[in-house]
Unconditional design. Structure first.
Length: 136
């Protein structure tokens, strides 16, 4: 049934299922925040971090990816794996941790350069205020 629905409804069906996955991930994240399990909190924080990275990469190479056959279905499978089959731990420990550590200095330098720009600084301070954090 699942594959028949994908073939008939195509892109809309995969987007619908992806939305359901994200709602479920949000609910699990909420419960993890309310609970005391550090491993659950780490799992869902890692999931959302990897989700954001996939979204950023997809934005950058969107034109190429959408021509790939079954791209939406593959993406759906990746999110199911990350969220519900301990994929976050596998992917983060294998690739993500190293990649984030390698980029950390560059991102910090980029942020420091951005703080020299008045518009960037105002946006940053508004974001921090919205999040309830003080800026230096």
């Amino acid at each position: 049934f699942f594959f028949a629905a994908i073939m008939i409804l195509g892109h809309r069906f995969t987007n619908f299922v992806l939305s359901l996955i994200l709602v479920a991930a949000g609910i699990h994240s909420f419960h993890a925040i309310q609970g005391s399990s550090k491993s659950e909190k780490k799992h869902w924080l890692t999931f959302w971090t990897l989700y954001a990275c996939v979204q950023a990469m997809e934005f950058a190479i969107d034109i190429l990816l959408h021509w790939m056959p079954f791209y939406q279905e593959i993406k759906l499978g990746v999110y199911v794996y990350l969220a519900f089959y301990n994929g976050t731990a596998v992917v983060y420990e294998s690739y993500g941790k190293e990649a984030f550590q390698a980029m950390e200095d560059g991102v910090t330098q980029l942020h420091e350069q951005g703080m020299q720009n008045v518009q960037y600084k105002v946006l940053y301070e508004k974001l921090m205020f919205t999040l309830g954090r003080k800026t230096d």
